[in-house]
Design a protein around this ligand. Sequence first.
Ligand code: LRH
Ligand code: MN
Length: 427
Amino acid sequence: MVIREFVDEHNRKALDWLNEDYAHLGRQLRRGGVDVERLTERAMAFRVAVPSWGVGTGGTRFARFAGPGEPRSVFEKLEDCDVIHQMVRVTPGISLHIPWDEPESASELKAFAGARGLFFDSMNSNTFQDQPGQKLSYKFGSLTHADPAVRAQAVEHNVHCIELGKKLGARSHTVWIGDGGNFPGQVHFRRGLERYLESLRAIYAALPDAFRMFIEHKLYEPAFYSTVLNDWGTSYYCTRELGPQAFSLVDLGHHAPNVNIEMIVSRLIQFGKLAGFHFNDSKYGDDDLDAGSIKPFQLFLVFNELVDAELEGVAGFDPAYMLDQSHNVTDPIESLMTSAVELVRAYVQAHLVDRAALREAQEKNDAILALQTLKQAFTADVAPILAMARHRAGGAIDPVGAYRASGYRRRKAEERPAAAGQGAGIV
Ligand code: LRH
Ligand code: MN
């Protein structure tokens, strides 16, 4: 039985209670002057890209415990992404990482994805690892390396990713580098940033007109003392220096604990330079945990800024939403499905905020009323809207339930015998 039949059978059992709960929520919301149908439309229109590197089991520097039925190629990764999209209906975009997903034939890969209703979102370059046969090492950096030959090699790789992205129909290119130092004095801060900008200008020059370039800042790791692109301010400065096709991408895990990320988001929106997101969650460092699993209120507050800008029609506001997670102890497909659901939940709750009441409270310095107005939306149980949106879009009312009933993972474990050392996830 194909996934489709499991979804239908599973939905049949759940539809009665869903219609009941949906009708009840509709009545509750109508009392507050909110149309449940408008929110369901918003939920159906939401889109978030899935990271190809997220469907394999991830690990840490200590160990990676491969799961059953690991994808062994970009085609098998797309098979798993297809299952995710069939269940939650908001993830048709796939973000590839090169060279992990380098295809023999771009047209063959594009056709394989297209046949499943999938397309390619932002491309990601990789100059934080050395590949077999690579001429010059990135041990001491890539786009900011002291040796111009290493910088040129890294620029060439990024240009190659953009060319490949063009063939695959992608419309943006994401650059994250781990360049930095482990000790004071190891890297000259100003020269490092100059070299970063010089290399980015060369990559920017290779962008097709319709392409956007996303630069991703990160506080630390793999460098543990200084990172060349360490924060949003430096990122914003660089996007201004580069030009109108350059934007700052916010990975939620790339900030020091307790940093006010929703405020960074509002700044980048106001400055017209918000690229979008790598959504995940974390307790301490760049833990790449499932979105909304640790700090759901922060995720809601981020979407509150995004929906505020969306409703206000802020010029040029067109953020790209992507997940960027490492699934070390869960079935990656289940984690990506539930993470996508958590993003839609935060988005719909942000649409429930009574913005007129919030503005009035803000203008009257009524802090309690302002917080209550946000909390009222955050504490609203919008699960019936999320399930109805999935159902109407042909997806699963209960994605994890339908997925487990499908036996997809067991079947893949039979089809894809584990091979030692093979890793599709982040290690
Ligand atoms: C760096 C990062 C970056 C990806 C990598 C897989 O921490 O967030 O976005 O290239 O993870
Ligand atoms: Mn990221």
